[in-house]
Design a protein around this ligand. Structure first.
Ligand code: NAI
Length: 329
C-alpha cells in the first residue's frame, strides 16, 4: 500500500471546506489508491473550532477507506507539519465598510504567517494552492514569505474560471464539455481575468470557427464568466462553494497526476513568459507532467487579447504594490 500523504486544509469549517474535505478523503484529489491524512486548520475562535469538530464527526461517519488520519489545529505551525499538499482556503472576507485596501492588508497578514509556517514545517516539496481571496495576491505573499521552499510550488486557483469558461463554450457550441481542449484563462482570479477560447478545439477543429461570433465573446462570454461569482451570490444568497471545492480538487488532481498533454489553467508565479513580470502570480495555460507544470508557449496574442491581459496584469500589479510594505521584514 502507498504511504499516506498529508493534506493540510485551512478554513476547514467554512463553506468550501464542507464540500472539499469529503472529496479529498474519498480519493477524488490524489487518487483512489492514495491514503491521506487530513490536517485541518481553523481560527482559534471557540465557535469555529467547535464547528470543525462537527465536520470531523461527519467525516468519521463516512468511514472513508483512504482516510489514514485526521487532526484539528488552531496553529499553522502544527497544521502544516510535514504537509505534502496545502489548500489555503480560509481568508478574511470583506466586512461591511471594509475598503479593498483593508481587505488586502488583513489577508496579507494571514498569508504572511501561513507562508512562514509552511517554510518552517511543511515538506520541502509541499504543493500549495491558495483559494482564499484575493487568491493570486495571497499566493504571492505566501510564496514570498517562504523563501526556503521552491517558488513554483505556490499556486493560485484559476481553475473555477477555467471550468466556467469550458461550460459556457460547451453550451454555446453544443459540444460535450469533455471534448473541449485547449482552453486558457489569463491573469487574476477576479472579474478582470481573460478567458480565452481562441485556441480551443473539439476533435481537432477550432471552437472559435465553430462559434464564429466575436460579439458573443465580448458581450456575453467574457462578462458571464467574469461575473459568474456575483451571479451565484445573487441567485443562491451564498458564494460559490461546491464548484469552488470541485475546482480545487481538479487543480490539485491535475498537479499530482498530470494532464496527459492536455491544457489546463493554473495561477503560477510567472517566469517572464508572455511579458508577464517574473514572480507575478498569474493565470496561464499549462500542461502538467510528473508533478511539474509547464506554461504553454508560443501562443499568438492579438490586440484584443493583449489589452485584456494588460488590464488584469495592471490589477495584479496594484494589489502587489498595495501589500509590498508588509513584505519588507
Ligand atoms: P467561509 O467564510 O464559509 O469559510 C472560510 C473559513 O475560513 C471560516 O470558517 C473561517 O473561520 C476560516 N478562516 C479565516 N481565517 C482563517 C485563518 N487565518 N486560518 C484558518 N482559517 C481561517 O468562506 P468560503 O465560502 O469557504 O470561501 C473561502 C474563501 O475562498 C473566500 O476567501 C472566498 O472568497 C474564496 N473563494 C475563492 C474562489 C476562487 O476561485 N479562487 C472561489 C470561491 C471562493
Amino acid at each position: 500500500a502507498k504511504t499516506p500523504l498529508r493534506v493540510a486544509v485551512t478554513g476547514a469549517a467554512g463553506q468550501i471546506g464542507y464540500s472539499l474535505l469529503f472529496r479529498i478523503a474519498n480519493g477524488d484529489m490524489l487518487g483512489k489508491d492514495q491514503p491521506v491524512i487530513l490536517q485541518l486548520l481553523e481560527i482559534a475562535d471557540e465557535k469555529a473550532q467547535k464547528a470543525l469538530k462537527g465536520v470531523m464527526m461527519e467525516i468519521d461517519d463516512c468511514a472513508f477507506p483512504l482516510l489514514a488520519g485526521m487532526t484539528a489545529h488552531a496553529d499553522p505551525m502544527t497544521a502544516f507539519k510535514d504537509a505534502d499538499y496545502a489548500l489555503l482556503v480560509g481568508a478574511r472576507p470583506r466586512g461591511p465598510g471594509m475598503e479593498r485596501k483593508d481587505l488586502l492588508e488583513a489577508n496579507a497578514q494571514i498569508f504572511t504567517v501561513q507562508g512562514k509556517a509552511l517554510d518552517a514545517v511543511a515538506s520541502r516539496n509541499v504543493k500549495v494552492l491558495v483559494v482564499g481571496n484575493p487568491a493570486n495576491t495571497n499566493a504571492y505573499i505566501a510564496m514570498k514569505s517562504a523563501p526556503s521552499l521552491p517558488a513554483k510550488n505556490f499556486t493560485a486557483m484559476l481553475r473555477l474560471d477555467h471550468n466556467r469558461a469550458l461550460s459556457q463554450v460547451a453550451a454555446k457550441s453544443g459540444k460535450p464539455v469533455a471534448s473541449i481542449e485547449k482552453m486558457a484563462v489569463w491573469g487574476n482570479h477576479s472579474p478582470t481575468m481573460y478567458a480565452d477560447y481562441r485556441f480551443a478545439t473539439v476533435d481537432g477543429q477550432s471552437v472559435k470557427d465553430m462559434i464564429n461570433d466575436d460579439a458573443w465573446n465580448r458581450d456575453t462570454f467574457l462578462p458571464t464568466v467574469g461575473k459568474r461569482g456575483a451571479a451565484i451570490i445573487e441567485a443562491r444568497g451564498l458564494s460559490s462553494a461546491a464548484s469552488a471545492a470541485n475546482a480545487a480538487i481538479d487543480h490539485m488532481h491535475d498537479w499530482h497526476v498530470g494532464t496527459n498533454g492536455k491544457w489546463t489553467t493554473m495561477g503560477i508565479p510567472s517566469d517572464g513568459s508572455y511579458g508577464i513580470p517574473k514572480d507575478t502570480m498569474f493565470g496561464f495555460p499549462v500542461t502538467v507532467e510528473n508533478g511539474e507544470y509547464t506554461i504553454v508557449q508560443g501562443l499568438p496574442i492579438d490586440e484584443f487579447s493583449q489589452e485584456r491581459i494588460n488590464l488584469t496584469l495592471k490589477e495584479l500589479t496594484e494589489e502587489r504594490e498595495g501589500v509590498a510594505h508588509l513584505l519588507k521584514a
